[in-house]
Write a protein that binds this ligand. Structure first.
Ligand SMILES: Cc1ncc(COP(=O)(O)O)c(C=O)c1O
Length: 364
């Protein structure tokens, strides 16, 4: 048997007719830039998150960057981000001219923990970006308490966690704003790059909208930095169709995660935890073992594709060389990078496929 890491064809197989219709609608109307599907998707996705405003943009990275700018964060400011995340979380901070202050993650959830964040707060700290990594919400109560105490802005990086819940509320409405990525392999993925900034702050939403649309509120009057980070109408039309399937896909991911958990119990692997009060949406199913490289090679030999999220931590990336970071600075993150392995996980993955992967893991 061959088990791909992700199989988008399986995910999409029942949707082709609806997707075709959505494309045809846009092609017929010709409203390719900021068309009616963008507006409709913004409203539907923000409502799905339980948040009043959504502004479509061209990627998750743009959502983070414009979100920071909308709250006035820039040169001289510090923004706390987890050291174990995709580079975009820290890069957005760097791009606005602020300093990303990395904080090591907690060793079970792999997320920021409020109790570890406080020590990193200085008089220059303006914001925290908790990442709901792999689909598991971060400690939002702890983080929001700190934010209230120190008057900080919280922008959730929800790029991997569409539909995940924290104490019954969906991510996206827990902080002051949230950035989502609709990169094709995300739980809700476009046919290319796309993203959204979701917020309850009307002024921030309006600023993101204007900045992403060449800084204009009135056509050809450019008051704000004139970026072009608009969400394409075609992507919005496809995402609207796919949003209707998201809850079912999440259920499929959760069932497969439960089956993996059952089958891998008793092995030496550390399997993902679901923090009490949280609903994990398993964007990635990440296991841990000191024998990671041997396990990955064994699975590859037996037709199972895996991946590592992420093999090199943010602070040791060449892009950040010269920023004063050093090896050994974030021990949990560094250990994770050497031990984590993402097993195949996608909606529509069959029980037979999960059983096959688990059997190959156990025999290694
Ligand atoms: C945690 C996290 N933040 C930000 C991003 C950036 O999203 P995009 O690739 O849409 O720019 C991603 C996407 O990979 C991500 O996983």
């Amino acid at each position: 048997m061959r088990v791909p890491f992700v199989d988008l064809q399986t995910t999409h197989q029942d949707l082709y007719q609806e997707l075709d219709q959505a494309i045809r609608g846009v092609m017929t109307r010709g409203d390719f830039v900021l068309g009616q599907e963008v507006h409709a998707f913004e409203q539907e996705f923000a409502a799905y998150c339980g948040s009043p405003f959504g502004v479509g943009v061209d990627s998750g990275l743009s959502a983070l960057e414009l979100g920071l700018r909308a709250f006035g964060i820039g040169p001289g400011d510090e923004v706390i981000v987890p050291s174990h995340t995709f580079i975009a979380t820290a890069a957005a901070v760097t791009f606005v001219g602020a300093t990303p202050v990395l904080v090591d993650v907690e060793g079970q959830s792999y997320n920021l923990d409020g109790s570890q964040v406080e020590a990193a707060i200085t008089p220059r700290t303006r914001a925290i970006i908790p990442v709901h990594l792999y689909g598991l919400p971060a400690d939002m109560d702890g983080i929001m308490q700190l934010a209230d105490k120190h008057d900080l802005v919280v922008i959730e990086d929800a790029s991997q966690a569409h539909g995940a819940t924290y104490k019954g509320q969906r991510v996206g409405c827990l902080g002051h704003a949230a950035a989502f990525s609709f990169y094709p392999t995300k739980n809700l993925g476009a046919a290319g790059d796309a993203g959204m900034l979701v917020t309850g702050n009307a002024e921030a939403a309006e600023r993101v909208r204007a900045m992403g649309n060449v800084g204009q509120r009135v056509k050809y009057h450019h008051e704000l930095p004139p970026f072009n980070h608009r969400l394409d109408t075609l992507q919005a039309a496809l995402l609207r169709v796919k949003l209707r399937y998201l809850e079912g896909w999440t259920e499929s991911r959760r069932q497969n995660a439960a089956l993996y958990g059952e089958l891998l119990q008793g092995s030496d692997l550390v399997i993902p935890v679901e923090t009490p009060g949280c609903k994990h949406v398993y964007h990635l199913y990440v296991v841990r073992t000191p024998e990671r490289d041997r396990l990955q090679a064994h699975l590859q030999e037996h037709g199972v594709s895996t991946a590592i999220h992420y093999p090199v931590p943010v602070h040791l990336q060449p892009f950040y060389a010269g920023n004063g970071f050093h090896q050994g600075q974030f021990p949990v993150t560094e250990r994770l990078c050497g031990e984590i392995l993402s097993l195949p996980m996608f909606p529509g993955m069959t029980a037979e496929q999960v059983e096959y992967v688990a059997a190959r893991v156990l025999e290694c």
